[in-house]
Design a protein around this ligand. Sequence first.
Ligand code: XMP
Length: 504
Amino acid sequence: MIIIVDFGSQTTHLISRRIRELGVEVEILNPEEALIKARNADGIIFSGGPASVYAKDAPTVDKKIFNLGIPILGICYGQQLMCQLLGGEVKPGFKKEYGPAIVRVQGTGYRVQLLENIPKQFNVWMSHGDEVVKIPQGFKTYGTTQTIPHAVIADEKRKIYGIQFHPEVIHTEFGEQILSNFLKICGIKINKQEIDKKFVENIISDIKDSIGNEKAICALSGGVDSSVAALLVHKAIGKNLTSIYVDSGLMREGETKSLQEVFQNHYKMNVFIIDAKQEFLKALKGITDPEQKRKIIGRVFVEVFEKKAKEAGAKFLIQGTIYPDVIESAGSKLSQKIKSHHNVGGLPENMKLVLVEPLRNFYKDEVRKIGKILELPDEIILRQPFPGPGLAVRIIGEVTNENLKILRKADSIVQEELKDVDLWQAFAVFTGIKTTGVRGDERVYGETIAIRAIEAKDAMSANFAHLPYELLEKISTRIVNEVPEVNRVVYDITTKPPATMEWE
Ligand code: XMP
């Protein structure tokens, strides 16, 4: 158990959350009750606070707390207070410091347990007016910043540590590492894997409670969200979950096969792969308008899905909605009555399914973390976003089997060549433009493929990736050599806005 002595910092609660996330019990105490109640703790943390240690009513603790032999970590005001009480000196800083700073580890600082597994230089978050100018006897300085001489101090013998920055805020790099190092100093064993496992087990048991012995269905697309959601539910209710994958024929190269491999063969999930290629192609025949394409695809999807869903006799529908998808809609309960939703194109009300969204409280990186804990392969966890209507919105003009084949081949080359480049998305577009070329002294009139490679932090704005010419040249050469129908490749160099990421 860790005790946090609260000196009024805005982030005291955040410290407790971080400690709890590391699987350790924690209690927040007022300074007056600290000495009495801390006796049975494994470690004590002094929080930050808005006061100056020399102010008239500045909060303080009984000095005897340092004699308990329990490791202490002082953060910001907590560090200043411990220095003042132990004979050091604190003064108003040359200027107040709020925001980022860089800590440089001094001399043998890397050997100090608090800084274990931390690089010699790391970014931190500061928020203080005063600073320690003289450290107490027995202490050494192990880290400084450009403005602060004593950013990390320690009396290793007595296991008393002080840091001027805030390890609990996410802007501090290695903050979690510093806190877990402190817990280790306190003799607490942290088993991160065990904690992660428990976290996922709790999600699975919540799903079990929601669904009980009823049946559920889900639309599996192979994207990271629906994959993680389906796998969680499978772990909760096993064969009572029917996953439906509609192969629209608008998927990328090898996608259906890899999905089969992972979910049917490896996880032994109850997955129905419905071959609906002909239905989709037939419905899209002669259609060139992007919005019409989307509507038709949504409609056919629902028809195909609904048929199979009825056979499954399910009461619940699982959906991989994540927090950013629901940010604007109220409500936080796991289950709610079905409403239209974009992933499955808006299922009709009369299906009367109860919606279960196990990921609705999580961000994308957390979903990926859950996927990793569930041992989903990287090819799924790190998959780029792919639009619901698939390659249909990457073919300008009519979607035909021929065009799809050409696009799929060109796209697989783009994927192969850019697999190690960190991008939001990269893909090929079938532009529908024919141009003149020459191949082996003969005139050809062939297709034009565009390459779109995007750097973005969210779906709202983006820039094209500044890929090296050599790489673009290699992709272009491979496409015109390996896809005989194509004799020209262009690179899309527009930002979003005004262009969207997808061409349609
Ligand atoms: P745009 O083209 O609007 O794309 O700049 C932004 C992001 O959304 C993806 N996208 C879709 N995703 N259904 C989806 O599930 C769709 O109809 C759809 N259209 C675009 C796109 O790939 C990009 O990541």
